[in-house]
Design a protein around this ligand. Structure first.
Ligand code: FE2
Length: 319
């Protein structure tokens, strides 16, 4: 906390700090009058306006923002869960609350939580493995909350990779090595191949699958957690897009996934926790057996999962 206060001392503010205190162990520890931030900041002449214990994974921070605005807070601190900070920060901007400083523990350890802020945050391409958030509760608490979680549109943090069809997987590997400097991560014979960039990259930015000709198989969208994969699939099914494949985990790339088929036969993949290949790291590409080409675990894929509808436009999607 003294590090935070040292930073705030370099900014001209009214020294009023909005405290984001979730209703969990962290929130209670941070807000504690004797050992929490009010006691630590008081000798530094900072005052804390507490948020009140708000429910984790909530959708509406209006009441908290109103408190901070009414309290004249020019600084925000606390220990929110990553998705909650994203929600809070987005709504704070929408509601005209723009603190001069925000020093947040826990939530901004996760790049994914910052990246979804879009133009409200400095955007950078990932230069480290995108953290996946696992919503685990401590003993004695319910990890899934207190009942039914409402359907929610899941917004991806970024476009992670694409898989394209090609009639010549080995030829395409050579082409992308030569023109873009991509490197082979892994492959399964001449059926599928996965390539990464040299500046530090997800296991694959581009994947190739053998077909009779060109086509786009899927775009993969990174989300922050397995919960978001499941909730994204639920939301899409509720909107009528029930065809797909998942939830499962890939062997090659190791990411968790759920694919949703679009009306034209292609797929959108909700994905998290894909392997990462650091800059300058020598990754030994492996040739995986056919049966490892699709999944480490998961349900059977639909019969048309690798059907190239672009080469077969008259084909009907399964009912
Ligand atoms: Fe993928």
């Amino acid at each position: 906390m003294s590090v935070f206060a040292n930073m705030w001392d370099t900014v001209t503010t009214n020294r009023k700090v909005g405290g984001l205190f979730p209703n969990d162990e962290d929130g209670r520890a941070w807000s504690d009058d004797k050992n929490g931030i009010p006691a630590l900041l008081s000798p530094r002449n900072y005052g804390v306006v507490p948020s009140g214990f708000y429910r984790n994974l909530g959708d509406d921070f209006s009441a908290v923002i109103a408190k901070f605005k009414a309290g004249g807070c020019e600084i925000v601190s606390g220990a929110p869960l990553p998705p909650d900070f994203t929600t809070f920060w987005t709504q704070a901007r929408q509601q005209g609350f723009r603190p001069k400083a925000a020093s947040i523990a826990k939530a901004i350890l996760f790049p994914a939580a910052v990246e979804v802020l879009g133009d409200a945050a400095l955007k950078t391409s990932p230069d480290r493995k995108a953290a996946a958030y696992f919503n685990s509760a401590p003993a004695g608490r319910r990890g899934s909350g207190l009942g039914h979680i409402e359907l929610k549109q899941i917004l991806p943090t970024r476009l992670a990779h694409c898989l394209i069809f090609t009639s010549d997987v080995h030829g395409a590997i050579g082409y992308y090595e030569k023109v873009l400097g991509l490197r082979l991560s892994d492959h399964s014979g001449g059926n599928v191949a996965f390539m990464h960039g040299v500046h530090g990259s997800d296991h694959h930015l581009l994947a190739l699958a053998r077909s009779s000709g060109p086509g786009l198989h899927h775009c993969s969208w990174d989300v922050g957690s397995i919960d978001d994969i499941g909730r994204g699939a639920l939301y899409m099914a509720d909107k009528g897009y029930k065809r797909g494949w998942g939830v499962g985990r890939h062997t090659i790339g190791s990411n968790y996934f759920h694919y949703v088929q679009d009306p034209w036969g292609g797929f959108s993949e909700y994905s998290c926790d894909i392997d990462y290949i650091p800059k300058g790291f020598l990754w030994n590409a492996r040739d995986f057996a056919d049966e490892d080409g699709l999944a480490f675990w998961g349900p059977q894929p639909p019969a048309d999962f690798v059907h190239n509808y672009e080469m077969d436009p008259d084909a009907r999607l399964p009912a």
